[in-house]
Design a protein around this ligand. Sequence first.
Ligand SMILES: C[S@@+](CC[C@H](N)C(=O)[O-])C[C@H]1O[C@@H](n2cnc3c(N)ncnc32)[C@H](O)[C@@H]1O
Length: 223
Amino acid sequence: MSNRDNREINLLKNYPKSKRNVSERGQSKTKEQQELARKFGRDFFDGDRSNGYGGYHYNERFWKNVIPDFVKHYKLKDGDKILDVGCGKGFMLFDFYKYNPNFVLEGIDISEYAIDNAKSEIKNFVKTGNAKELHYDDNFFDLVISITTVHNLDIDECKLALKEIERVSKKNKFITVDAYSNQEEKKMMYEWNLTAKTILHTDEWKKVFQDINYSGDYYWFKP
Ligand SMILES: C[S@@+](CC[C@H](N)C(=O)[O-])C[C@H]1O[C@@H](n2cnc3c(N)ncnc32)[C@H](O)[C@@H]1O
């Protein structure tokens, strides 16, 4: 494996930090709320904060300053094909589009609600689909991105999703997953988590990436 492979890199360093009341959620969340959140419907995106986002609205302050980092790192140019796996309402794709309308953009998400409510400007680029089975040819995309999505599958399906991301990408891919590096982070992660079925220590994730030959870049979501 070359040095180019399996790289831990924070390409979301310019994504704004949210203030999260982790212990409050830890104390109050119920099994019912987790079940509801895992349906990835209106309740998860635009319902009460205790069920998910508590209002998933577009705001360019989220992705606008991240896109240039992707473009620079992966040397993206006119005509490059970019896939977002777990694109939600397509907010990141919309900011890619605004950055350069000559990118060829695609997004899939398991949520019919999110796709139905996708931003109108990129609605034609997004559709429902499951990360574990991507309906694209091998080596089709110049870049595949998946932000806080594949950990929503159990470990075996999560591995399938990573293999699919590997398969449809020519070379470049970047994912973020729920992770922890010590006991305190583990406690916070479990208190905050509503939807993830696979939460691992960063070293365990690296082992998974190695085992299934995921050669892409990655970083961690920690609340
Ligand atoms: C935490 S949200 C992140 C959304 C978006 N990537 C972002 O960063 O704003 C997780 C997303 O993954 C989607 N999702 C969950 N399981 C999925 C699966 N198996 N395949 C595709 N999308 C999935 C959810 O519907 C949701 O939009």
